[in-house]
Design a protein around this ligand. Structure first.
Ligand SMILES: Nc1ncnc2c1ncn2[C@@H]1O[C@H](COP(=O)(O)OP(=O)(O)OP(=O)(O)O)[C@@H](O)[C@H]1O
Length: 326
């Protein structure tokens, strides 16, 4: 039986969600998913094949993950997508916001209040640039203040719809912004993306504090358990850039490193995953995200843009060198 059908938070000896014993084995007693497994359909989800077919023109899929909330995952997703789209205007990029309960990409990418349209070939995403488009549940809500309170199967259904019914066209990269942790959205996205052609991988975002590093370790274990290729870890909010003099000072204490940083780098060495670099804390970046402005064109000389450029190079190299899914 394939380990890929065993959820990351499953009890020991879980028979797997596709097994005929799902929900009925002795190991299932007390598992919160017992009822769903016992009554749900068995065998691989037919949507996996549909997603594979629909995403044949999407070359690379990049999941942006974080163990903790508020560490800058959405900011990093938006920055990476904009930076990549600027760097190679001949390529096409898409962002899919699967943070279903807290979609923030419409605001960060400056298209809050836009609508998606249904056409013969599916939902049309909202275009930020000629070569950068976005799909988010935020576009489908009546008001940005509306709360979404959904259980796992409904979230799974929404992600399936995003992956099968959005008319992305040909994409070189699809970046997926996820909620923090390892929840339903991650399991759904992983199940669907694993079956696609092309390449896929994950970038993990953390801050230098021990509490965030502890949680990103769990995220790394999650990726390793589910076989998600790790492109690397980004340490966000690593130092503070003074908006007046642009001098950088360290704010959050880190565990190791000669000058008070390097917490994530040391962790990456220990856990044998690539370290992609640091992004400084810059109040101008917060403001740009709040206002939906493009930080890269507003402050091209900033240390964050220089750091981002180096990170983009490493992410692209990872995808160029990664083996293709069959
Ligand atoms: N490097 C940075 N410099 C300045 N502000 C930042 C930086 N990174 C993130 N922020 C700000 O921190 C806040 C949280 O960032 P963001 O929403 O990207 O986090 P998140 O990890 O996606 O959160 P969530 O857990 O809600 O998904 C935002 O206001 C964002 O503008």
């Amino acid at each position: 039986m394939s380990t890929t059908t065993i959820p990351a938070d499953a009890p020991a000896h879980c028979p797997g969600t596709e097994s005929n014993d799902a929900g009925k084995a002795s190991a299932c007693a007390g598992c919160p998913n017992q009822q769903i497994c016992a009554t749900g359909p068995k065998g691989p989800d037919p949507a996996i094949a549909l997603v594979r077919e629909k995403l044949t023109d999407v070359r690379n899929k990049l999941l942006v993950l974080s163990g903790k909330g508020g560490v800058g995952k959405s900011t990093v997703t938006a920055l990476l997508s904009r930076a990549m789209a600027h760097r190679t205007p001949e390529e096409n990029f898409g962002v899919l916001d699967i943070d279903i309960c807290g979609p923030s990409q419409p605001r960060v990418l400056g298209v809050l209040g836009e609508q998606v349209h249904q056409s013969g070939s599916g939902w049309s995403p909202v275009y930020i640039e000629d070569n950068l488009s976005l799909m988010s549940i935020g576009f489908l809500l009546g008001s940005p203040d509306d709360a979404i309170i959904w259980r796992g199967p409904k979230k799974n259904g929404m992600i399936r719809q995003f992956l099968t019914e959005v008319d992305w066209g040909q994409l070189d990269y699809l970046l997926l912004d996820t909620p923090p942790g390892t929840s339903d959205e991650h399991l759904s996205a992983t199940t669907f993306l694993r079956g696609t052609t092309g390449r896929w991988g994950a970038v993990l975002v953390t801050t230098p504090q021990e509490v965030a590093l502890l949680d990103v370790r769990k995220e790394i274990s999650f990726c390793k358990k589910l076989g998600i290729p790790i492109a690397g870890v980004i340490e966000n909010m690593s130092g503070f850039v003074c908006p007046k003099c642009t001098v950088q000072s360290m704010i959050f204490p880190a565990r190791t490193g000669p000058n008070g940083t390097g917490g994530a780098e040391a962790m990456c060495q220990e856990m044998e995953v690539p370290y992609l670099g640091q992004l400084p804390l810059d109040p101008r970046l917060t403001k740009c995200c709040d206002e939906g402005k493009d930080f890269i064109t507003e402050f091209p000389e900033s240390p964050a843009v220089t750091a981002l450029d180096a990170i983009v190079t490493k992410v692209r190299t990872f995808f160029e060198e990664a083996p293709e899914n069959m």
